[in-house]
Design a protein around this ligand. Structure first.
Ligand code: NAD
Length: 318
């Protein structure tokens, strides 16, 4: 299969590109090397793939409709567009909602339009657990109401799902939306909690903990997410499908810090802070649908994943 993969230089995108190449697919990557975090890290992410047979990389913006149209062009047919490029992260979306909207919503529409015009038959969209908003009961199911996003980021991801559905309905696009639940592992975005906490604990610096230590997240190991996403890329939805991809277990903030302390062999200097706008108290995936249709099965529990992540951080620093 020939896959147009946006966000190919990012954390999840670079892992997914490698997995797709290893499974014999062709990958046309597109990434703007956005400065949301150090683009040098993204260069490192793609360096291992550049020059590998089956991989090409376009450096450019998903908002550049001429470029996107050229990449989706019918003379080199794309079988599926897997759209991961986005501005990720909840808190910065509160500070710059218009930019989030442009990249995450307009950008998704540019891709959908290019796919429609070029006759790309399938679309896989990276959505997020953020679409569920503030919820106190678990687990979250795909058919739960998602009409109260708690951040501009969550709203852009939900809007993206809506547009993907509209293109399915109007043009018959075969479409899958994947709701990722907090992903961690090697190459994790540096501003995400696990990467940031590990850095601060290692350095003996204060670790700001926002809100209640009982707030809980469903943390998903990168290889598990990538396996689920690769399966969704390979398997037509047969219409329109939405899947949670998570670990289906929750870990409190207090427990997360304890696991990091154990793996790093150091105590955290904790600094309690007020909750941040946009944060939600709980995420927890019901993964029955992904299990049933994709054969998705998370394999790395948080205890093991944190150990592996810390090993990777130390090897990368050595
Ligand atoms: P990431 O920031 O590492 O990857 C996103 C990539 O998109 C980056 O390489 C960036 O340069 C690229 N990009 C940004 N704007 C672009 C533009 N205008 N044109 C082209 N490329 C652009 O983030 P990630 O954690 O790998 O997330 C990948 C996807 O998964 C995103 O859609 C994100 O919203 C979603 N997601 C991630 C998580 C998570 O825990 N990491 C959870 C839920 C959803």
């Amino acid at each position: 299969m020939r896959v147009l993969l946006t966000g190919a230089a990012g954390f999840i995108g670079s892992h997914l590109a490698e997995r797709l190449l290893a499974r014999g697919h062709e990958v046309v990557g597109l990434d703007a090397f956005d400065p949301f975090y150090d683009p040098a890290l993204k260069e490192r992410n793609v360096a291992r793939m550049l020059g590998r047979p089956g991989f090409t990389l376009a450096r450019g913006d998903i908002l550049d409709s001429a470029l996107v149209a050229q990449l989706a062009r019918p003379s080199a047919p794309v079988d599926v567009c897997c759209h991961l490029a986005a501005l990720a992260g909840v808190r910065p979306s509160v500070a710059d909602p218009l930019r989030y909207h442009r990249v995450n919503v307009d950008g998704t529409l540019v891709l959908l339009e290019a796919c429609r015009a070029a006759g790309v038959p399938r679309f896989v969209f990276a959505s997020s657990s953020s679409v569920y908003g503030v919820r106190s009961h678990a687990p979250f199911r795909e058919d739960d109401a998602c009409d109260r996003p708690a951040s501009p980021y969550g709203a852009t991801k939900r809007a993206g799902e809506h547009f993907v559905h509209a293109y399915h309905h109007v043009y018959g696009l075969d479409a899958t939306c994947l709701r990722f639940f907090t992903v961690y592992g090697p190459r994790q975005r540096p501003e995400m909690a696990i990467a940031k906490f590990a850095r601060l604990i290692e350095a003996g610096a204060p670790v700001p903990l926002f809100g209640d230590l009982t707030s809980a997240r469903d943390y998903t190991w990168i290889d598990d997410i990538v396996e689920g996403a690769a399966r969704a890329v390979e398997r037509p939805a047969g219409g329109f499908a939405v899947y949670n991809l998570g670990d289906a277990r929750t870990t409190t903030l207090a427990e997360l810090v304890r696991l990091l302390e154990r793996a790093l062999g150091k105590r955290a200097v904790v600094e309690p802070r007020a909750p941040q706008i946009g944060d939600v108290p709980l995420t927890c995936a019901d993964i029955a649908a992904a299990r049933r249709d994709l054969g998705y099965e998370p394999r790395v529990a948080i205890e093991e994943g944190i150990e592996r992540y810390v090993r990777w951080v130390r090897e990368a620093a050595a």
